[in-house]
Design a protein around this ligand. Sequence first.
Ligand SMILES: NC(=O)c1ccc[n+]([C@@H]2O[C@H](COP(=O)([O-])OP(=O)(O)OC[C@H]3O[C@@H](n4cnc5c(N)ncnc54)[C@H](OP(=O)(O)O)[C@@H]3O)[C@@H](O)[C@H]2O)c1
Ligand SMILES: *[C@@H]1O[C@H](CO)[C@@H](O)[C@H](O)[C@H]1NC(C)=O
Length: 318
Amino acid sequence: MFPLLVLCGALLGAYLLLCLTVLRLPRCKSPVKLHGKTVVITGANTGIGKSTAMDLAKRGARVILACRDQQRAEAAVSDIKKESGNNEVLYMHLDLANLQSVRSFAENFLKAESRLDILINNAGLVMRGKTKDGFGMIFGVNHLGHFLLTVLLLERLKACSPSRVVTVSSGAHRVGKIDFDCINTHKDLGVGDSAVALFKLYSNSKLCNVLFTHELARRLENTNVTCYSLHPGAIKTEIGRHSNLWWKMALLPITTLFFLDVESGAQTTLHCALQEGIEHLSGRYFSKCAVEEASTKARDDATAKKLWEVSERLCGLA
Ligand SMILES: NC(=O)c1ccc[n+]([C@@H]2O[C@H](COP(=O)([O-])OP(=O)(O)OC[C@H]3O[C@@H](n4cnc5c(N)ncnc54)[C@H](OP(=O)(O)O)[C@@H]3O)[C@@H](O)[C@H]2O)c1
Ligand SMILES: *[C@@H]1O[C@H](CO)[C@@H](O)[C@H](O)[C@H]1NC(C)=O
């Protein structure tokens, strides 16, 4: 009995220590207010995106939730309005799994709104299947849809500079690979739909996010539009919603013990969107509200350039 108690105590102590050190995420320290500024954030009806939108609304921004599901988005808009006291929070329809929808969003937005100060590419998923245009769902939503969205909004961002593009990637980019053959000939559909195969496709798409930001910064040199990619931390959200029950049950104890709340998960996005004095770090990757070295593959100029050109072609831009 006694050794068991000691063991439990030691485990609890170790866990608490872990929570106070390794697992802790710093807060965004910027006191910046955003009155008169407009922010677009994708996938803002739940998870990290909703928490980010809430913070931006509290700072006085006009916040546009670019989401695919009207009901879920409008529920989030009303929550955010209520809690922030800011009435300039609105939903505009955007389905990143449909390039025509991305084009319509950009058209509607550019017509209806006069400013764009911060674009946050936050939406993301892990899910089998294809997009409307026949791309692998994960590649199509996490990378390609955001690529087209950003390109279509770039002139407005330039006109409103200093402005920023923040893309939520993941630490999983470190195990990602870019297979141009697969992207070109099979639209990155991937093979198999086991959880492992899907995780690989997810990591690849998150590597695309970092490479996209790397190349975007190069193209935006001397414009006062800066861009950043980031890892939000391991956060309790709905991202695992499409996995099967067995995976959900297997992961539950891990997420319960070691994953943090969405408010913590929004901090590095907020840092990249708001912190003054990081402009010289445009194109870099952030974690825990600080710049961090992305993987070697994610910093390769030639791959980044090629991915940009391939993406342009896949979106019908080139
Ligand atoms: N949670 C983590 O531990 C973690 C770790 C590393 C990186 N990330 C990244 O953080 C970002 C936010 O994820 P989360 O964890 O907050 O997940 P989440 O709770 O599942 O939220 C994802 C959001 O993306 C939206 N979305 C999905 N497909 C879309 C589409 N086709 N068009 C428009 N919006 C779409 C979802 O809308 P619906 O509600 O309509 O589906 C939802 O609003 C993602 O980029 C993810 O890769 C998360
Ligand atoms: C960028 O900002 C600096 C400092 O405010 C300004 O002097 C410069 O003209 C701006 N450049 C462009 C291209 O807007």
